[in-house]
Design a binder for this molecule. Sequence first.
Ligand code: IMP
Ligand code: MG
Length: 190
Amino acid sequence: MQDYRQFLDEIIIPEDALQKRITEVGEEISRDYVGKRLHLVCILRGGVLFLSDLVRNISIPVTIDFMAVSSYGASNRQTTGQVRITLDLKDDISDRHVIVVEDIVDSGYTIKSVLEFLKVRHPRSLSVCTLLDKPSRREVEVPIHYRGFTIPNKFVFGYGLDIDEFYRNLPFIASVDLERYHIVEGQTPS
Ligand code: IMP
Ligand code: MG
């Protein structure tokens, strides 16, 4: 297992800046949904660290649920247009105020599909909150109501985002120098 410092390009968003911005986003959501019950749908696995810090900064009644999706024929670092549900929500979302919580919107295919999956279940409202937005990579237009940070076209890891499933536990967002990154045989899960 390579130490991330061996392929670190740069730390794009340090821990304190991340936490400060997440506090602001939580406060903004709390203001926008005041007097309502909010239901957060976290997209696994990347969104889980963001969700857990975000809910701690939401001051109105809030419930959480989880959904996982995967892309058919996706290479490791690229999503294709074909997205399917691999883990569905536990609870019904009809007539509820739903915000989808994502780690990153890249091509946009994942969030577009998630919104299509959820819309037909008739939520009262449906919004998107993403920690990171990489607009230079967008292939389909998607609505983003809450955005933590806009980042340049670099592959990033940490704070929920993985490289071959590892490094999600790091408390900051960093970019990878792919020339110095090596997949270690037998150490990656897939
Ligand atoms: P999209 O469908 O292309 O918008 O991609 C969304 C998904 O691809 C995210 O939920 C991530 O799992 C993954 N992804 C996209 N860009 C990155 C990145 O820079 N680092 C790690 N994962 C990424
Ligand atoms: Mg991933």
